[in-house]
Ligand binder design. Sequence first.
Ligand SMILES: Nc1ncnc2c1ncn2[C@@H]1O[C@H](COP(=O)(O)OP(=O)(O)O)[C@@H](O)[C@H]1O
Ligand SMILES: [Mg+2]
Length: 370
Amino acid sequence: MQSRGSILVVDDDIGARESMKMILGGRFDVATTDRGYKAIELVKEKEFDVVVLDIRMPDITGIEVLKKIKENEPSPEVMMVTAFAALDTAKDAMKLGAYDYVEKPFKSFDELRNAVSKGIDRKMKMAKSLQLAKDFDEVRKQLLQLEKLSSLGQIASEVIHELATPITGVLGYSEFLLDQECNGIIKNSLQKIKSEAERCQNLIRNVLTFARKPENIKKPVNANEIVRRTVDIKAYQISLDNIKLVLNLDPELPIILADFGLIQQVILNIINNAQDVLKKHDKERLILISTKSDADNIFITIENSGPFIPTEHIDMIFEPYFTTKGAENGTGLGLSISRDIINSHNGEISVKNNNTIGVTFTIRLPIYKE
Ligand SMILES: Nc1ncnc2c1ncn2[C@@H]1O[C@H](COP(=O)(O)OP(=O)(O)O)[C@@H](O)[C@H]1O
Ligand SMILES: [Mg+2]
């Protein structure tokens, strides 16, 4: 929509038409026509904000033109212009969707200008509410998608929960057998069964911590522990994509006050994005996660060796619904949720392209000071 507002004046009387053009021209972009039928065509071709419409015209009445114009979507606001004799018709026009009418001759220039401005305001409000309705529809679709994902997550966590029992059995029996007299080969195999079962148990524990409903309970935790437990969940999948994951964790890292599962979710989102990028990358596939601290904060940096984020995207990636993966593969919500989570921990999350290659996400979180 033009910032000046675009007006179409429809009047068969050249005097009235030209004077309206002159009165309105200073403030608005004004086009004119002397024919009702022509007006109907023009409105289809170009999006006018307001049509100023004479009621009495020789070819077709203003009322008919109004009806036709209002059939368009989106339609302009319409204001009727009428001589006193047709006042009743003007009032009827309001029922058909015109927002106002002015009488000819005009009492003052301002009367006409103000009436047109009123139409422009209405048009803007209408455009805004149409946009809101569109946004709402988009959010509804996203929620539906989330709902699907969350029920999938629900099923997965139930299955995993179920798995905990037999795994405990396997562990128990292998320990029992290891206590019995048996030869070296069998003992060796039993050791393997036991350690594999322990690995499963760890994985189950980590996934269940992650899948639990957010309690929003912040406790003193070591971020290294959060990183390790998150990486445990992803290590296998990542290795399938030939991605190397390297940890460089500061053993002296101070404690933070955080919701374990939520910070885990943030790290997971960033790793998932890195995985998406790297699995299509034919050069080095590396994710490096480091931790360090200064006097007041700890920093978790997650770096990947993938291509740069284009400059025109880098300011947008934390915005809700921004995705370059298409509706099928991305929701565009991962990073915006991550930012909300880190903000709710009084921290900060940022991204930058490295100097030569790769992308680094940095999470800053305040040190817990009792
Ligand atoms: N490590 C990365 N390298 C390049 N682009 C990235 C990276 N992480 C995120 N992005 C970009 O940010 C967008 C938004 O990410 P996100 O909010 O997680 O949503 P989604 O993964 O559903 O697209 C991605 O679609 C991608 O364009
Ligand atoms: Mg993502």
